[in-house]
Design a protein around this ligand. Structure first.
Ligand code: PHE
Length: 394
């Protein structure tokens, strides 16, 4: 078996007796057909953040004089185009395209003060879940989504009212309550998965022009009730306008920054925009259930040093245990080690020797490290690695 390297994506990989990818196949890797506009496989990824006032407001029954439309709240490109103020702006177009259950994730833009919990750009996950009579009342053929006075095939003959706090006038109480229960259970399930069974929460009555009834969910976090999401039963007018005459839907929209800040104890929303590897590495490659608590990043500068070595003939770039190396670095360097990343794997085309390159970021929490100090620790790591793994420093 010949050992050589193969470039796949952005990286080189050693080949072995399992290698059978062809250059032709590799050429398909970055085509991303599913992200190409008008391709029949296209999914609603990358919904563009520039929307019309129709999408952001009119389609969602937000009245002409509603405060959320004002120039002081939104970023307008011009009179009829703005940066979306919520992901709900895409709800109608996606319903109209034939989707009935979907999530919309993206960046949203609102004019607001800048403090530790507000930033003019943040991220939302919005959801719609709609159900037909057969799905909602699978085991109850006698129950209906709509009141007898409302004909879903002739929706314009009826004026849907929201004066009853419990439900829209077109819906039966059973359908509305059933959806409410599913919606609330679903979202409580979500916050319990995120924050644990004992998380304190409360439902607050709310008003959104596009849902009725509507609620906000608050969780108790650091001695305050914190709003994490808005939700409700989608106004039937929106369903009808989108061509979904026969179903009832619930919708919710939750702010990702708030949840992440509470979950990881991140004290300032601006940190979300940090490109500092001392911040980012704390969330790198973590499994979803790992409990991460943010540790403040030092204000002192980083110092980066690379370490490369040849592996002994008994080891390959695939079998060498990265975690063993990480532990060794930590053992020797202690708290001044901020991050260790595997930077490169290499197989020499002639000698077939395998080599690895790691990048080590050093940073002291309380003072600036001198290059001499860093070099000394780096040297100790090289010696320890040589002894522990029988490697040869390059
Ligand atoms: N769009 C609302 C907001 O940004 C949240 C929401 C979404 C409420 C869907 C109800 C239904 O606050």
């Amino acid at each position: 078996k010949s050992l050589s390297v193969l470039r796949v994506g952005e990286k080189d990989y050693p080949t072995d007796d399992y290698t059978n990818v062809t250059p032709k196949i590799i050429s398909y890797l970055n085509r991303n057909l599913h992200l190409k506009k008008d391709n029949p496989l296209s999914v609603y990824d990358n919904l563009p953040p520039v929307v019309t006032t129709k999408q952001n407001f009119d389609d969602l029954l937000i009245p002409e004089d509603h405060p959320s439309r004002t120039k002081s709240d939104c970023y307008y490109v011009n009179r009829s185009v703005l940066l979306r103020a919520h992901m709900t702006a895409h709800q109608t177009e996606l319903l109209r395209s034939g989707l009935d259950n979907f999530l919309m994730i993206g960046d949203v833009y609102r004019r607001d003060e800048i403090d530790s919990t507000h930033f003019p750009v943040f991220h939302q996950v919005d959801a719609v879940r709609s159900q037909l009579r057969e799905q909602l009342f699978e085991n109850h053929p006698d129950l209906n989504i709509f009141e007898p006075i409302y004909d879903p095939n002739n929706p314009n003959a009826f004026t849907n009212s929201i004066s009853d706090p419990a439900k829209q006038s077109c819906h039966t109480l059973e359908a509305s309550k059933m959806m409410e229960t599913q919606l609330k259970n679903h979202l409580i399930g979500l916050v319990k998965v995120l924050f644990g069974e004992s998380i304190q929460y409360r439902w607050v009555e709310a008003y959104f022009p596009f849902t009725h009834p509507s609620w906000e969910l608050e969780i108790y976090y650091e001695n305050n009730w914190m709003e994490v999401l808005g939700c409700g039963i989608v106004r039937n007018e929106i369903m009808v306008n989108a061509g979904s005459n026969n179903s009832i839907a619930y919708a919710f929209g939750l702010g990702l920054e708030r949840l992440a800040m509470a979950l990881y104890k991140i004290p300032d929303i601006r940190l979300m925009w940090s490109t500092d590897s001392g911040f980012l590495s704390q969330f790198q490659n973590k499994d979803v259930d790992a409990k991460i608590t943010y540790k403040p990043v030092s204000v002192y500068p980083q110092c980066k040093n690379d370490l490369s070595f040849w592996l002994p003939p008994t080891l390959t770039v695939e079998t060498f245990m990265n975690n063993d190396f990480y532990d060794l670095v930590r053992d020797i360097g202690g708290d001044v080690i901020e991050q260790v990343t595997l930077k490169d794997k290499f197989v020499h085309p002639k000698t077939k020797k395998h080599s690895l390159c790691y990048s080590i970021v050093y940073r002291h929490l309380e003072r600036t490290l001198t290059q001499a100090e860093v070099n000394k620790i780096h040297k100790e790591i090289e010696i320890a690695a040589t002894n522990a793994f029988n490697v040869v420093i390059r």
